[in-house]
Design a protein around this ligand. Structure first.
Ligand code: Z5A
Length: 208
């Protein structure tokens, strides 16, 4: 039996990592085998790319095109060497960010051309899509306040508030146009209430 591919999306501090752990526990209680991963990253090569993408360096500034291509290089490696084989083996995969992050951050945040993004997306993913995307909806200011207590900021976190507002808008636009595959949950509720919303969506939308 093929596993389910469920992705978790939202701005920084939305609570994705927290909810992935709770969802994993729920699915395991139903006897399912679950793997949790993150993007960019989760294979040795993709983790190297993640370090490149996140590091702030003073000797060179990463251009938007390099950032976009590196996101898809990491995704190609992860999808082809881990996600697809493990789904075939029957594992459910819970992924912290996936392709919708590129639409939101590079498309919305960086304002890159969506036709160009879609062309690369098509090369890398073809028709491969998550079975369900959970969008944890938190106003950017709330998410930033939650996430900013961690110390040094990475290359994305140093972006200004307008950037995160554009990311947020791109997420909502996409969710509005894809209600059948994107479940929007209110991330300002308590951890337990958010988890209950996610599990309800999984029960209603997937045969779990
Ligand atoms: N990126 C991109 O640009 N394009 C792409 O295609 C991809 C990614 C795939 C990866 O950052 C960066 O890469 C990301 C976008 C870019 N940058 N940004 N910004 P990352 O992986 O290092 O970080 P993140 O994905 O943004 O996650 P995060 O900030 O670590 O947040 P989170 O996982 O969503 O939240 P959390 O760690 O579960 O919770 C954050 C805090 O809030 C923590 O203290 C929790 O205890 C607390 N929390 C969680 N839930 C609640 C509730 N319900 N109430 C109150 N407090 C809560």
């Amino acid at each position: 039996m093929k596993g389910f591919f469920i992705t978790f999306e939202g701005g920084e501090g939305a609570g994705k990592s927290t909810q992935i752990e709770k969802t994993k526990s729920y699915l395991e209680s139903k006897g399912r085998k679950v793997i949790t991963i993150r993007e960019p990253g989760s294979t040795p090569i993709a983790e190297d790319i993640r370090n490149l993408l996140k590091s702030v360096r003073s000797d060179d500034r990463m251009c938007d095109t390099a950032e976009l291509l590196l996101m898809y290089a990491a995704r190609a490696q992860l999808v082809n060497t881990l996600i697809k084989p493990k789904l075939e083996e029957g594992f459910d995969i819970l992924c912290d960010r996936h392709d919708l992050s590129t639409i939101a951050y590079q498309g919305g945040g960086r304002m890159m051309n969506m036709e160009d993004i879609n062309a690369i997306r098509n090369v890398v993913l073809k028709s491969f899509r998550p079975d369900l995307t959970v969008l944890i909806d938190v106003p950017p200011k709330v998410g930033m306040a939650r996430a900013r207590n961690r110390g040094e900021l990475d290359r994305f976190e140093i972006s200004n508030a307008d950037f995160f507002e554009r990311v947020d808008k791109a997420y909502h636009d996409y969710a509005k146009n894809h209600p059948e595959t994107v479940a929007v949950v209110d991330g300002t509720l308590s951890v337990q209430e958010v988890s209950e919303q996610i599990i309800k969506n999984i029960q209603e939308r997937l045969d779990v």
